[in-house]
Design a protein around this ligand. Structure first.
Ligand code: MN
Length: 288
């Protein structure tokens, strides 16, 4: 059984552009090795936006060396990038954007959501790429709710939406470069949950709502991340309040991480190259 390593609280809040009031849940600048292959996670907790005709969000900026995964719980997000990828996603949908060798993209509230206003809740994850794939061509996967299979967690404990990875025979739709599980869990209070994962993998549970307990001693609450030790195959915890959780599980990369702003590579030379390539306009342009 996997033991709880620690519970991580948010690093504080900031705005990404004028559309995304986020808490920084973790970053490779504080816990890199423990979370590999996951680099960073920002959480925009439920926030109300009034209807507007303004474009709220973050304008054109580059990325290289990893993937950005945007999970929308409430509201809507529109994305466009220089590889020609783009789309608008609503509650229950996911954008899995592979920056790899480099894109310029923009991220805004979707026009439909902006016009209507209301509650907005979103997670953005940065998922690292192995060194051999950091310069692969960019790609974009817009994943609809219908494409994400829903599994019943044994004992009537609730449901798991398999965004990426595998639960028993059920396979999630996201293409990933390395083996990982990204599951949206909805669990009911009073249940003990046991999930089968591989020994040696990184495992963390992010609590969006409710509370979970480990060994009756440690409680993970809203906006907290429970990080498990790598040893052991089963993940076990108790649901003490009806909970909405995001499970992150994956094979660690064991490669050096050198990051600078929107670029995450393996060496300082590669970062210098990324900055140079960006300054020379080699990341392309977003076609209007
Ligand atoms: Mn971005």
């Amino acid at each position: 059984m996997k033991k709880l390593a620690f519970i991580k609280r948010s690093n504080g809040s900031h705005w990404v552009g004028d559309g995304f009031p986020v808490q920084s849940i973790f970053s490779y600048s504080d816990i890199a090795e423990e979370m590999s292959p996951f680099l960073l996670m920002d959480y925009a907790g439920p926030t109300n936006f009034p209807p507007t005709t303004r474009k709220l969000g973050v304008g054109q900026h580059p990325h290289r060396g990893f993937e950005t995964v945007t999970i929308v719980y409430e509201g809507g997000v529109a994305h466009r990038d220089s590889s020609g990828g783009g789309g608008s996603i609503r509650a229950g949908e996911v954008q899995w954007m592979t920056a790899a060798s480099g894109v310029i993209h923009e991220e805004y509230h979707s026009p439909e959501f902006a016009a209507q206003g209301g509650a907005f809740e979103m997670v953005q994850l940065w998922v690292n790429l192995p060194a051999k794939d950091k310069m692969a061509p960019p790609a974009y996967q817009g994943i609809t709710a219908e494409q994400i299979p829903v599994v019943i967690v044994p004992g009537g404990a609730g449901t798991a939406r398999i965004i990426a990875g595998r639960y028993g025979d059920v396979v999630g739709p996201a293409h990933t470069f390395t083996p990982m599980n990204v599951w949206d869990l909805r669990l009911k209070a009073g249940h003990q949950v046991s999930l089968d994962l591989s020994a040696g993998t990184t495992t963390a549970l992010f609590v969006l709502r409710g509370a979970i307990e480990f060994d009756r001693l440690h409680t993970g609450r809203a906006a907290e991340l429970a990080v498990m030790e790598r040893a052991g195959g089963h993940l076990e915890f108790a649901v003490s309040e009806d909970a909405k959780l995001l499970l992150l599980n994956g094979e660690p990369l064991h490669e050096p991480i050198v990051g600078y702003g929107p670029f995450v590579m393996n060496t300082r030379e590669e970062i210098a190259q990324a900055i140079d390539d960006f300054n020379r306009g080699r990341f392309g342009v977003i076609r209007q």
